[in-house]
Design a protein around this ligand. Sequence first.
Ligand code: ADP
Ligand SMILES: N[C@@H](CCOP(=O)(O)O)C(=O)O
Length: 320
Amino acid sequence: MAVYTDVSDAELSAFVDRYDIGRLQSAKGIAEGVENSNFLLQTDRAFFILTLYEKRVNEADLPFFIGLMEHLSARGITCPQPVHDREGNTLQRLAGRPAAMVTFLSGMSVNRPGVGHCAELGKALAQFHAAGADFELRRANALSLDGWRPLIEQSRERADSVSPGLASRIADDFARLEQAWPHDLPSGVIHADLFPNNVFFLGDRLSGLIDFYFACNDALAYDLAICLNAWCFETDGSFNITKGRAMIGAYEAVRPLTPAEVEALPVLARGAGLRFLLTRLVDWLNVPPGALVKPLDPLEYDRKLGFHRHAATAADYGRA
Ligand SMILES: Nc1ncnc2c1ncn2[C@@H]1O[C@H](COP(=O)(O)OP(=O)(O)O)[C@@H](O)[C@H]1O
Ligand SMILES: N[C@@H](CCOP(=O)(O)O)C(=O)O
């Protein structure tokens, strides 16, 4: 359960009173998520999500995230809308943390995405990229190539306690990626964490996207590579090419990839795999004492990297 910061009932009630959203009736810490502390609030009018931003979120980036949700909503992307308090503010402080309230989105995330879910995701990702094209704020990707080095250093000494040989596999991946990473691909606002838990469905139809707190400016195809990692592998570690084909095909029906993006796809997918291996590994080795959080398995991404290391072309991911 991701609740790093405790908030008393009295603090929550006083917080809700800053808004014109009714009186607080109940508040629960949310079981899912690993990055921030989230609470489901029910007032006598509606449900809301309250987020207290934790360690990985830089307070200076919050206007980017909040502004992006407002920008996307205005362009027809279903995502949480930041709620304004009586004075018009969206950004707050609560229990010593930066905080914001957003609207509650209905729908359910899928634990085991099927081919149809992957196609829905591909289409929504391309629509998201199109909607973000005229967003004026910018945010560099703190978790791209340059951001991996400190994570490697933080985890190097203890990596082999998680799996023998892991430190050297990570070093080899990083060396290869440093040499092959593309720098001139079409770029724009990317979600950068569009995992199944951040996508809601109503029936078979994708109904909304959440969790924009890794969003940044980077290569658009890198976002697709993240989604191939997060959606198209089976639990035994094998890549499901039918899912990859469905996702890439639906993405390209909205935004065709350039030849350079197609060529870069295996490197981008390997980089995305390493990025999630590293953040998971660092979290695994550093669970804050007393925090209600279950760290995610880093070795899931070590297994996925086993596929990426041998993938030669985009065809291995299902690109026709
Ligand atoms: N706007 C929202 N509407 C409905 N549920 C939400 C919303 N935002 C978050 N949640 C719920 O809270 C969980 C954790 O949110 P998330 O943003 O993924 O947290 P974290 O960034 O800490 O990982 C989600 O899996 C979802 O169940
Ligand atoms: N998607 C990341 C973890 C980030 O958690 P989220 O709840 O913010 O999506 C991973 O799987 O490592």
